[in-house]
Design a protein around this ligand. Structure first.
Ligand code: ATP
Ligand code: FE2
Length: 322
């Protein structure tokens, strides 16, 4: 009989549950998203309270299905949000007598993108609210070739959005504004394979105070940050001698980012794969699918080992599947 895995995502702003079968068919996919008031970041207590009041419907819809494995986001993320998802997963596992699998959230962004795009062995560009990393699978682990030295790119988008008075999540609004913007000079900060965004945000804030057009700030911000990541990705491709690039995480939804990576890939004879927009941001399906892959290679998580790992890095996870 085919296994059916239920996966719970609850690392930050999104609470989601997905159910998938062994072939990757998506049988259930529901989520709710906490949107902070304009000008405010994510306050852990408020996010938690929002989720706690909203998960009922999503959980109820999911548990009416036949399932054989329960997976959950074990980390990294906001501790109280992680605990909420982990507690529901532990309860389901005990109540239904099903194996439990703790999934690394970052790995799940990669695995769902691989499954949906069918790419094989890519250099991964993982750009989200909490991470900005260039990785590749080497000897059974995702090794980090380059990463942000300070804030993640999605976080930089959200900070800039707050400065410009836009609502959360900031990425899509900045992308829209940028369409009618013109170039203004911003710092370009690449150090070896790593990059940094906080100085760029500070410079944008100064420009905003000087009444530079929001559109121009948005445009120049995008062009600068995405060029930096594209440059480091190109070097990772050269270094690893791979011929696929996979872009995933919430920021992968950005069209201009995809365009730049596409041009670079073409120049190098590589192929760009981009996670479908619907699964770019956090979702339960990515946890269910990664849980399924882990389960199929014999990995389960004992209750005594199911404590949340708020700082769990992707390069600490053994990847025993292809
Ligand atoms: P992590 O995966 O590192 O834990 P996260 O789960 O918070 O972080 P995601 O849900 O993967 O992040 O992505 C959310 C981020 O993506 C937000 O910062 C949002 O602004 C950004 N984002 C979404 N759409 C776009 C877009 N079109 N352009 C740029 N950024 C975008
Ligand atoms: Fe995420």
């Amino acid at each position: 009989m085919s296994e059916i895995c239920l996966g719970i995502e609850s690392t930050a702003h999104t609470f989601g549950i997905g159910i998938v079968d062994e072939e990757g068919n998506i049988l259930y996919d529901e989520k709710s998203f906490y949107e902070p008031p304009v000008g405010e970041g994510l306050t852990p207590r408020k996010v938690f309270e929002y989720h706690a009041g909203n998960v009922g419907k999503i959980v109820k819809g999911a548990i009416s299905r036949e399932i054989s494995v329960v997976a959950f986001s074990q980390g990294p993320g906001l501790p109280n949000c992680l605990s909420l998802g982990a507690t529901i997963a532990r309860y389901l596992s005990l109540k239904l007598n099903l194996p439990l699998v703790g999934v690394n959230h970052c790995l799940a962004h990669i695995e769902i993108a691989k499954m949906l795009t069918k790419c094989k062995d890519p250099v991964v560009v993982y750009c989200s609210g909490g991470n900005t990393q260039i990785l590749a699978l080497v000897d059974g682990r995702y090794r980090i070739f380059g990463e942000t030295l300070d804030i993640p790119i999605g976080n930089a988008f959200d900070m800039l959005a707050r400065i410009l008075g836009l609502s959360m999540p900031g990425g899509p609004k900045i992308e829209e504004l940028a369409k009618s913007g013109k170039w203004v000079e911003l710092p370009y900060v690449v150090k070896g394979m790593d990059f940094s965004f906080s100085g760029i945000v500070t410079e944008c804030e100064k420009l905003c105070k000087k009444s530079v057009r929001k559109e121009d700030i948005a445009y120049s911000f995008q062009e600068t940050c995405f060029s930096m990541i594209t440059e480091a990705t190109e070097r990772a491709l050269a270094h690893t001698e791979k011929n696929e690039v996979l872009v995933t995480g919430g920021v992968a939804a950005n069209r201009r980012f995809n365009e730049m990576l596409e041009i670079m890939c073409k120049d190098r004879g590589a192929k760009l794969y981009s996670v479908p927009i619907k699964y770019a941001g956090d979702n339960g399906v990515m946890i269910a699918w990664t849980g399924m892959k882990m389960f199929k290679t014999g990995i389960t998580t004992r209750l005594s080992e199911s404590q949340i790992k708020k700082d769990w890095r992707v390069d600490e996870v053994d990847v025993k599947w292809t």
